[in-house]
Design a protein around this ligand. Sequence first.
Ligand code: BES
Ligand code: ZN
Length: 629
Amino acid sequence: MKKTVLFCFILLISGGLCAETSKHKLPKQIDPHSFANFDEVVVTHMSLNLQANFKKSRLEGSNTLRYQVLKPTAKHLILDTRDLVIKRITYPGSKKELKAKWHLIQADNGLGAALKITLPENHPDLTIHYHSQPQASGLQWLTASQTAGNKHPFLFSQSQAIHARSWIPSQDSPSVRTTYTATITAPKALWVVMSAQNQAEKSADGVYHFNMPQAIPAYLIAIAVGDLAYKNISKHVSIYAEDAYLEKAAYEFAETENMITAAEKLYGAYRWGTYDLLILPPSFPFGGMENPRLSFITPTVIAGDRSLDSLIAHELAHSWSGNLVTNASWRDLWLNEGFTTYFEARITEAVHGTERMKMEAALNLQGLKAEMAEMDPKYQALALKENINDPDDVFSGVAYDKGRFFLEWMEVAVGRPTFDAFLNKYFDDFAFKSISTDQFLQYLDKHLIQPSQGKITMKAVKQWIYEPGLPDTLPVPTTDRFKVIDKQVADLTINDKGLKKIASDQWTTQEWLHFMKALPEQLNQKQMQALDNHFQFSQAANAEIAHVWLMMSIKNDFQPAFARLISYLNEIGRMKLIVPLYQALAESKAHQNLGKNIYQSARPGYHNLARYKIDPLFPDMKFETQDAK
Ligand code: BES
Ligand code: ZN
């Protein structure tokens, strides 16, 4: 008997159906990135019961789903999965364990496999017994040596955009919201946290119970397991971090409570109870992730002077834009990220002042323009018309900064009080709902465009949303602090004597970044050396400043900085900071080999998402394990 046939037979007699794909067609999709049939049957609650098995690098257990049948003719519940091993599906509550019929239909477009379950009569829940696999795209299993403490392993999830399905069989579309509860078992030495109400103490027996009473999309379900310490820092805010980061993070993010106060004043009550921060190991692939009640934060923003805490403002702002009002599909990502980047700036302005906000805006605009200069015009629209296979592929500054400047343009046109009142109502009217760009436009027309009496028009709005590039009406951020620097750079002769005249004593991180970016792109060895002697850029503790310096060093072949380049790339895995460095190395004939060597040693410590971005830069490299994505 062929292996697959035997496999099918075993599954058949155990009550399920086989995972053979040929006979079953992929279901029609409502969301381009999900197979879930949430127009017919919708999951309303999930109850996870999982064990973190560090030896096998997998989560094992079950998910019990409660669902609601919207169309009485519906025969199946369809869920998203990716690389999950489904063992059996049963109906809880029945005296004899009843088994459901199901099959997996594998897609070849990166969306995973549809799990099609035949609906029983009169059973409102079903339990899926399953485990994840080591290559789960949404989980990173770190060994002890990849953590700061060096003693215990660490696990964290990153579910946005479509990775929840790699550890939870679920309707993995941002249009579907569920409440969840979870019981998680982990080795006793470790602490488990989730995007839910968290405990202030480690449990004695390694068992943790969670409850998320507000309905959230699957991409916001998050877990981390590690040797964590805990510190409450204010009314709403506590920090979870490895011991090595705890006190530093408590200092760095001390403004968080003020940010909550400022945000509530702007756009209404914070609706999620507490707002905690989890500091992850440095391989975390993003700056931050807005998991509800517990933002996940990279340690690379711990600069020692609170200068990079806008990241917290950003993740906090998602508690309104994103977590409360959610983009209906990943094509509408700008509704999450553009609104959040605008809101982030308003919080930063309230907490750190207008100058800091404007400096960040100017740096972001400069970055956006540079990015767009190299980008296919079809990806420069806020709302993408293109069918995108993998939402990770079109991740760029467009959704963030173009989105933000679009909102600022409207703010300037109608005046701040009117715009704030509009946003307040928007968050209220769409609270706990998902919204598409079309729905947004309808709402905008009624509540802002028409009442504005010509101050903003639908035509101008549509240009922002559907056309490439940046409209002429772009509100350009200017700040005197940068003008002073521009003047000094214009007069500068880059040598030891010239650099002594630069008055940098009081510069903040943003001024340093602007200064470095204002320098000529081509610098010779003497000039690079003079800059390094004078400002010790190769030793910069600030990860953003070090990043810009290392970019300059690769481009100008400044080898004295390469020891730092090697340690930098081996220590951190935040994609925004490392991918451009690898790109520069891969593009440089002289340093491509250095790039390969560094990548060879650093790759095992990187997240799947980072590998997925960096692997293609070195096409002739062979890797031991080809990770499933
Ligand atoms: N939600 C995003 C991260 C994300 C976006 C993950 C899309 C997967 C797909 C998060 O809020 C974010 O935007 N992080 C930024 C923060 C920065 C813009 C302040 C980051 O990680 O750099
Ligand atoms: Zn964001």
